[in-house]
Design a protein around this ligand. Structure first.
Ligand SMILES: NC(=O)c1ccc[n+]([C@@H]2O[C@H](COP(=O)([O-])OP(=O)(O)OC[C@H]3O[C@@H](n4cnc5c(N)ncnc54)[C@H](O)[C@@H]3O)[C@@H](O)[C@H]2O)c1
Ligand SMILES: O=C(O)C(=O)C[C@@H](O)[C@H](O)[C@H](O)COP(=O)(O)O
Ligand SMILES: [Zn+2]
Length: 363
């Protein structure tokens, strides 16, 4: 059995620990009690797929630590990451009698973490949240860094807040119940991390695909921890995305557009993978990186069986991409790979973005 990694995060608004290991759900209660000593009651928020699998062990562990639990379950799926579901969660928190000294415990994938985190940010103007990610994507990305949001008709994550968690508990054993498709989808964000910060991780992911059947869970603990460190380094340096944190959006300008335009038919990680390939191809054509960089990225995404392009028409992609949160009056900041392990931010006008989409998403 591999060791548990404890990764400290230090942002201006909060410092906390991310625990990554195996068999951690049973310790969730004592970890919460230590990280949030004043909390006596939590709202455990989970979706309709994850709750039947993992709510009980977390409830029991919290109970054993002397913490009362009110469980709130919402219907699973990105299509429910909406203001209406958020409103329902908030009403149920109020009915349960949560006070400002209580907390939310999010048990689930990125949708649960984003929505439960936003509920915590809003409830009585802000209470603590603990993230217990159960999808690989949520473990390596969404549970860390404090971005919370719901989608609007106009696009992804357009209403949200920053709220750093007080604790993250990532139990790799939860991945045993994840479908091969979801596991593959989550790898999109890990490939992104390799491209933006760590060539060694990128090569490791390429040579030994994490989504292959029977992948060693102990090895996965180390890989998840490395991904968390990459994200932590960026979030520590720029909590609220004034500069460097925008690099974590690599692949997302086009990826989010694909996700919203396809009405969430494809998972988030798959859209990021396709968006990453598109921006890499365009970058090579524009001389922003060597052709070999784009070829390696596309080959890695292909090795995971993830999409490397989209058939959505370019006008629609541009429309959604223009509503991106990196849009300012004079254009959009695009994240561009310069080599494997490094990226740069490039300000492009909407006309230039149209050209990037034409070059990157063409035949
Ligand atoms: N806040 C951030 O920094 C951040 C970062 C990346 C992605 N995100 C967001 O995260 C979301 C995608 O996350 P996701 O892929 O986890 O989606 P998700 O939460 O919808 O989970 C995908 C599916 O897997 C199920 N599931 C989760 N864990 C499971 C388990 N252990 N066993 C069986 N089924 C399980 C869920 O019920 C769901 O049906 C998107 O909304 C994306 O925008 C946020
Ligand atoms: O944490 C971040 O910062 C990220 O950009 C991570 C992304 O993987 C994630 O999908 C995030 O939710 C996108 O942020 P958004 O601000 O573009 O919605
Ligand atoms: Zn993402």
């Amino acid at each position: 059995m591999s060791e548990t990694h404890v990764i400290p995060v230090h942002t201006p608004s909060r410092s906390y620990e991310v625990h990554v290991g195996r068999g951690l759900l049973g310790s969730a209660g004592s970890l919460v009690a230590k990280a949030c000593p004043k909390v006596t009651h939590v709202a455990l928020v989970s979706d309709s797929n994850v709750a039947p699998l993992y709510a009980k062990p977390v409830e029991e562990s919290l109970g054993a630590a002397g913490i009362a639990v009110s469980t709130i379950i919402f219907p699973a799926g990105e299509e429910h990451k909406r203001l209406s579901t958020l409103g329902d969660i908030l009403e149920r928190m109020a009915q349960a009698g949560l006070t400002r000294s209580d907390a939310v415990v999010a048990v689930g994938g990125g949708v649960t973490g984003d929505m439960a985190g936003l509920a915590a940010a809003l409830y009585q103007r802000g209470i603590q949240v603990v993230q217990v990610p159960t999808s690989l994507l949520a473990m390596v990305d969404s549970s860390v860094g404090g971005k919370t949001a719901v989608d609007l008709e106009a696009g992804k994550n357009l209403a949200g807040a920053f709220l750093q968690p007080s604790l993250v508990v990532a139990d790799i054993d939860c991945l045993a119940t994840v479908s091969p498709e979801l596991l593959r989808d989550s790898c999109g964000e890990m490939i992104k991390h390799g491209v933006l910060a760590d060539e060694k991780l990128f090569d490791q992911l390429r040579e030994d695909p994490v989504c292959a059947p029977g992948f060693d869970p102990d090895k996965l603990v180390d890989i998840v921890a490395r991904n968390v460190q990459i994200k932590r380094d960026v979030v520590d340096a720029d909590e609220q995305e004034h500069g460097r944190r925008q690099t974590l959006n690599l692949g997302h300008t086009i990826g989010h557009a694909i996700e919203a335009a396809s009405n969430f038919r494809l998972g988030h990680g798959s859209c990021v993978a396709a968006g990453l390939c598109c921006v890499a191809r365009a970058s090579a054509r524009l001389g922003w990186c060597e052709q070999n960089v784009a070829d390696r990225i596309v080959a890695c995404v292909e090795a995971y069986g993830l999409p490397t392009n989209t058939d959505i028409d370019h006008e629609t992609l541009l429309e959604y991409a223009a509503r991106d949160k990196k849009r300012r009056s004079d254009g959009v900041t695009l994240v561009v790979p310069t080599r494997i392990g490094a990226v740069e931010l490039r300000k492009v006008s909407l006309e230039e973005l149209r050209h990037v989409i034409d070059l990157g998403c063409g035949e």
